[in-house]
Design a protein. Sequence first.
Length: 432
Amino acid sequence: MAERTLHPETLALHAGWRADPTTGAVAPPIYQTTSYQFRDTEHAANLFALSEMGNIYTRIGNPTTDILEQRVTALEGGAAAVAVASGQAASAYAIQTLARAGDNIVSGTDLYGGTYNLFTNTLPDMGIEVRFVDPADPDAFARAADDKTRAFYAETLPNPKLAVCPIGEIAAAGRPLGIPLIMDNTAAPLLCRPFDHGAAIIVYSTTKYIGGHGTSIGGMVIDGGNLDWAAHAERQPMLNRPDPSYHGVVWAEAAKAHGPVAYALRLRTVLLRDLGAALSPLSAFQLIQGVETLPLRMPRHCDNALKVAAFLNERSGVTRTIHPSLATGVQKDRAQKYMTGGLGALVGFELAGGEAAGRAFIDALQLFYHVANIGDARSLAIHPASTTHSQLSLKDLELTGVSAGYVRLSIGLEHSDDIIADLDQALTAAGA
């Protein structure tokens, strides 16, 4: 089948796999193995020399994981993907593939708390500077860049701020400079396709909507294959200079035999090989099950979230409701431009009673689960200031859009009447 001509609903079921050639099994097998038998010494040498693609060791790649990678790549319209053990590993590897000590990236401030901490503390400890700008001002990215800037980074639907990112404008600011835009699309699979708007790399925590059932931690980095790395040799030295960690290979040259996948090739054969955040085959299998129902789940998530946002927006005691459907002005325009498949399933709101009211609301919930995850089939709630963003300073909390009374909801697949009834009784208990 010509995968790129198929609709997402079909790709989610068929991309990357048809049937096992030996047994005829339709469901992808779980290849629970560490190693793979080489045909002979020439075959082994070719694999290690990158003249032939294949399986060497499950830390680097696995047949079950490969099916997951191919399927998500097809859904995004990319060139190749590398699955890893978590979304945090995906974010770190996405940057470390291009940047080393002394380099920098420019990132939007509107980030998930774990990513913000990675960027403000851990990456700088490794010598990689992260410069923060307001993503509402796309030109700020280019203004903050210099000759050591290796990438721009932003979230499509930032968690928890929920202000849709101007992907095309930021990507256009970086491309003439040879700076790729890395988009974290975790909260918007199928709702937005960042490659269509000029992004070069997509990052996912597949733990969330792609998996969809709260069973498996995972991450993925997808190479769009749409940036000519060799044309920007000075800007992107990691892909254009001999790499001593892999017998002096130049990745932009080595990838030519396999397609426009220099970035993905280096991420897999250097970062994943050396740092080892490999996705387990069992988790890959479970995430494939999630992908197969993703086109069915996302519309229901979005429809329920629209109803919840409308309910909260009319509720006394709720001082502010945050959801793209309630955006105005340029933010409304961006939501309509980029979120063409739906406006997402995350809803935020602020309570007049501040932190005490937020905690009381959470403790009164009965249907919602109080967990740190998003993107589950079940409805979830959390008070970020005391949990996911609790390591941030007051200034950083403000930058990421978290106030003392802010509550984040991840709206699930239950009946909307039941979801709203639970919110209603919890708000009443919190005095809202």
